[in-house]
Each structure stands twice: as structure tokens, then as C-alpha cells.
Design a protein around this ligand. Structure first.
Ligand code: FE2
Length: 299
């Protein structure tokens, strides 16, 4: 299905027509948006069209963008206020809204190599996890370094009725420190989190099944990265159920693989997706900038 419209740009006194097309590339889950230059301010018509597509598809891919840091931030801000990540050693100097995911570092930021190589949704260890993330590719290796995304609406909808009933009212604990320290144990570029940083990210409890605040659809809201236990179940029983749900969530039918090109901007709805990094040849440079949009308390 191809959805398109003509929007009129009244800037500058003239009427400038531009066609935005939204083309699904992985069923309903992912769509590629063409015909929009994100370096330009978006008028409300364009923004609403993109926002509708974002809610419909969960993952939007924009190819061939050329953005300054300011433009990346300005586009992201249309969706909400931006997060400043706890791990300050990855924040771009002068642009703390930008998290640098680069295997060489940038302006003194710490290098990251396969930093997100486990299934997760960003920062779910916060009381109000992000609404979404906006990742912009500056440099990519010739192959590898893909990002995998999985559809957590589909993960929920394809559970059997018995499991749906069992998990309906369960709550889970999300934690950052364990995952960070696990990754730091074999990465010399990750300084341990300070006690002050750890104090900023205490454990939080979220519902296991989340109703999306804008679409009203239910999504499974657990992830291998940060979900450590089920509140209502004994440790072993909880771990077994989480394992079952994690593997159910990432079965191939639910997963989209994004093969990056420089100039790609991908934004995802963090409330109903998970993602993970994949490996690549470390002789090549890989550099990405991420902004993260603030969200609300899962319900
Ligand atoms: Fe991530």
C-alpha cells in the first residue's frame, strides 16, 4: 500500500508542492518515508503526516538526509522534549541531547563498539521511558553493523490466550546498572558508573503489558536488556517466563533488519518495539548520532 499526499509549503510567499510518500517495507511494522528533507523546518501539515505514519508503522526510515546537529535536534524536538543520557561520556560536547555511538569517539566522547548488541528498548529503566529514538548515520561499514528491530505489538498479539491472561496484570523490574556493568566488564572504554550516576537510575517497576498511549494497542513491554525480574513471581518462575517471552518476541517473522547507509535517519517508537545492534569489521569506522524523545509512564 502506498500512502501519499501533496502538501503545500507557503513559506516565502509562493506555494511549493512537495510529495511525501510513506511506503511499508516490512508489513505494517516499518515504512520508508520519501520526499522530505529533514534539514528544513517542517510545517504542521508535514509534521502531522509524519507523526501519523509513525503511529501507524512504529519504525520510519528516511534515506539520504544531510543534517547538522541542530537540525537533527530540531526535528526530534517536534515529537517532544529530549532526554540527556546518564552516561555523560557519550554525549557530544555542546550538544548534550546527542548521544554519540561511534567506534572512534567524537570530540572526546568514549568509543562504543557494539554497545547495544542485546535486545532492548531504550532506557526502560526510567520511570518514564523514552517515547522514541531518532538515529542518524554519519559513517557506516560496507557491510555488517545492521540494526535489528522487532515488533512488540505483534509479539503480544501472537501470544496464546492462556499466556495473555497469565501476564495481563504482572509487573516487572527494570534496571540499568547490571547491564551497564556487564558490558563494562569487557570494554575498557566504559568507565564504571559513579555512585551518583547509579543513584540517578534506581530500579523501576512497569506493567508487563503496556497499552500504547496514542494508538491504544497493547504491546509486550519486557526486554532482555533491562528487565530483570517479575514482581509477582518467585525468581526461578519469573526468569523462566521472561526467557519464554524474550524468545517469542524476536522470532524472525517479527524482525526487520535495517542495513544502514550514510545519511539514513531511522526513528522508532520505543513503546512498542525492541532493537539490537549486530557486529561488523572493526577496521571500519561506524558513527551514529542518537537523540531520545521523552515519554510517559507506562500504563
Ligand atoms: Fe538502543
Amino acid at each position: 500500500m502506498q500512502l501519499s499526499r501533496i502538501a503545500d509549503d507557503m513559506n516565502g510567499g509562493g506555494v511549493l508542492s512537495m510529495e511525501i510518500s510513506v511506503s511499508p517495507v516490512h508489513g505494517r511494522f516499518v515504512a520508508e518515508v520519501a520526499g522530505v528533507d529533514l534539514s528544513k523546518p517542517l510545517d504542521d501539515d508535514y509534521f502531522h503526516h509524519i507523526h501519523d505514519a509513525f503511529l501507524e508503522h512504529s519504525i520510519l526510515v528516511f534515506r539520504g538526509q544531510a543534517l547538522t546537529n541542530e537540525q537533527h535536534i530540531a526535528f526530534s524536538r517536534r515529537f517532544g522534549e529530549l532526554e540527556i543520557h546518564t552516561a555523560k561520556h557519550w554525549l557530544l560536547p555542546d550538544f548534550p541531547e546527542i548521544l554519540v555511538l561511534s567506534n572512534r569517539g567524537e570530540n572526546g566522547t568514549r568509543p562504543i563498539v557494539n554497545g547495544g548488541a542485546y535486545w532492548h528498548s531504550d532506557m526502560t529503566y526510567m520511570a518514564k521511558p523514552p517515547l522514541g529514538s531518532v538515529l542518524y548515520a554519519l559513517e557506516v561499514p560496507p557491510e555488517g553493523g545492521d540494526t535489528l528491530y522487532t515488533d512488540m505489538y505483534a509479539a503480544y498479539e501472537t501470544l496464546d490466550e492462556k499466556t495473555k491472561g497469565r501476564i495481563e496484570n504482572l509487573e516487572v523490574i527494570h534496571r540499568y546498572g547490571d547491564r551497564y556493568q556487564m558490558m563494562a566488564s569487557d570494554d575498557n572504554d566504559r568507565p564504571p558508573l559513579t555512585p551518583e550516576q547509579l543513584a540517578e537510575v534506581p530500579d523501576v517497576v512497569h506493567p508487563m503489558v503496556r497499552t500504547h498511549p496514542e494508538t491504544g494497542r497493547k504491546a509486550l513491554f519486557v526486554n532482555e536488556g533491562f528487565t530483570v525480574a517479575i514482581v509477582e513471581l518467585a525468581k526461578d518462575e519469573g526468569e523462566a517466563l521472561l526467557e519464554k517471552l524474550f524468545s517469542h518476541s524476536v522470532q524472525p517473522a517479527h524482525v526487520y533488519r535495517h542495513r544502514w547507509q550514510a545519511g539514513d535517519l531511522v526513528m522508532w517508537d520505543n513503546r512498542c518495539t525492541m532493537h539490537r545492534a549486530t557486529e561488523y569489521d572493526l577496521r571500519y569506522d561506524r558513527a551514529m548520532h542518537r537523540t531520545t524523545i521523552q515519554g510517559d509512564r507506562p500504563a
